[in-house]
Design a protein around this ligand. Structure first.
Ligand SMILES: [Zn+2]
Length: 418
């Protein structure tokens, strides 16, 4: 790859002739060139090199108006060696404020970093990682963009990136925190116009699968362990996202149902192992959380989208109006192999239609009017209605197919394939 060494030098000089820029703002135009340098060092190095080139020219060709004008350009951008050079020639130049930042931003980095650190300390919460952002006035951003567009510069980075990085370095040095772009414990936003600091404790997402091993009479059966988890995290609240749900008197056995617990504004960050251990030590074993792990929030949408495609195996104990035999159940087995079921459901006063698959149905007669069924079906089948017919709203149903009343008395979920 060839490299035109005149490129940076010429571009920088052209920019400075039109716009006086401080070392930071000049260096930022070439941020992608050279590693291990700060933008301030880049800008400074370019100005030093430009002065040396002008000096070399003066030595070989004598002092020209052009050389003096170029020295003035450097001096106006605040380059001290150029100011001294001109002063020795009897020319006084006082620098102009930087066209982009007005020299009022980068001298405040330490002050802002201290304010951010103070705000974080006063949070009274545990955190190990942070992400930092800045709000920068839009006229400043557009001045910066004008330059890169006008001079067709493709090596620049934005002032926000430089600010975020420089402030981040300072804050992490003060507090011993590490930086996390993907999943920080806390997020800080500094408004550089007002100096105000906005801090947000980021939510924690815990994935688990729950089993309910007892039939509840109340609906809010998984509330107990989730409330306990909220307490352990010192959280302001909790949102439970599950892949579907079931009525309270349905047990969830087998591998359990996927669930994400969103912990809002946690002030403590105990290890998951501690939480798992303390959940196990409690007397209440009605709801069991298995395989707890930390996840990203984006998993919630995936779980919700997937839940209707779950394949769920139910065990249903049902009493029948007329006597039932294994023979009858075998005919149900034949009839309901891979069968579509149409459901008319009333949700908040509105009728909704839904089609779900029943993949397989097996069972046995337990008594004269009692049967146990295993139903493997799509996750969004209203299984209770499917058994008793839902007063004609579910077609075909078991009761409808048999031609007499069937009443489910126990329903368990044996397996959820997600
Ligand atoms: Zn500047």
């Amino acid at each position: 790859m060839s490299f035109d060494s005149m490129g940076i030098e010429k571009t920088a000089m052209d920019v400075l002739r039109k716009y006086p820029l401080c070392d930071h703002c000049l260096g930022r135009l070439f941020a992608r060139l050279g590693v291990g340098l700060t933008n301030e060092e880049r800008g400074r190095a370019i100005k030093n090199y430009l002065l040396m080139s002008i000096h070399e020219k003066i030595i070989s060709e004598g002092l020209s108006d052009e050389a003096i004008n170029d020295l003035k350009v450097l001096a106006l951008s605040g380059h001290e060696p150029s100011i001294s050079f001109l002063r020795n020639l009897g020319i006084e130049v006082s620098p102009m404020p930087c066209y982009v930042c007005g020299n009022s931003i980068f001298n405040r980095l330490d002050e802002w970093a201290r304010n951010i650190a103070d705000s974080l300390r006063s949070l009274n919460a545990e955190y190990r990682t942070f992400r930092l952002g800045t709000r920068v006035p839009s006229d400043l951003l557009s001045r910066e963009l004008n330059i890169t567009t006008e001079f067709n510069i493709s090596t620049a980075e934005s002032i926000k990136r430089e600010l975020n990085r420089e402030l981040g370095k300072r804050v992490s040095a003060i507090l011993g925190l590490s930086f996390s772009r993907e999943s920080p414990d806390v997020e800080v936003v500094l408004d550089i116009t007002t100096g105000s600091v906005n801090i947000q404790l980021m939510p924690i997402y815990v994935f688990t699968r729950y089993r309910k091993i007892r039939r509840f009479t109340k609906r809010a059966s998984i509330r107990w362990p989730t409330d306990y988890i909220a307490q352990v995290y010192g959280a302001q609240g909790i949102i439970v996202h599950s892949g579907g749900d079931e009525v309270s008197n349905v047990r969830v056995l087998g591998n359990g149902r996927p669930l994400v617990i969103q912990v809002i504004k946690p002030s403590k960050r105990p290890s998951l192992n501690d939480i798992i251990a303390s959940l196990k030590n409690t007397d209440d074993y009605d709801v069991i959380f298995d395989g707890m792990e930390y996840v990203r929030g984006s998993i919630i949408r995936r779980i919700k989208a997937r839940s209707r495609e779950y394949v769920i195996t139910y065990r249903v104990l049902a009493v029948t109006e007329n006597p039932i035999t294994d023979e009858t159940i075998r005919s149900l087995h034949e009839y309901f192999r891979n069968r579509q079921v149409n459901q008319r459901l009333r949700v908040k006063g509105r009728v909704r239609r839904r089609v779900s698959m029943v993949y397989e149905l097996n069972g046995r007669a337990i008594g004269d009017r009692l049967m146990e069924l295993l139903i493997r079906c799509q996750g969004n089948l209203h299984v209770r209605g499917f058994v008793h017919g839902g007063f004609g709203d579910i077609e075909p149903s078991i009761a409808g197919t048999l031609g007499f009343g069937v009443k489910p008395i126990e329903i368990d979920i044996l397996r959820i394939t997600d």
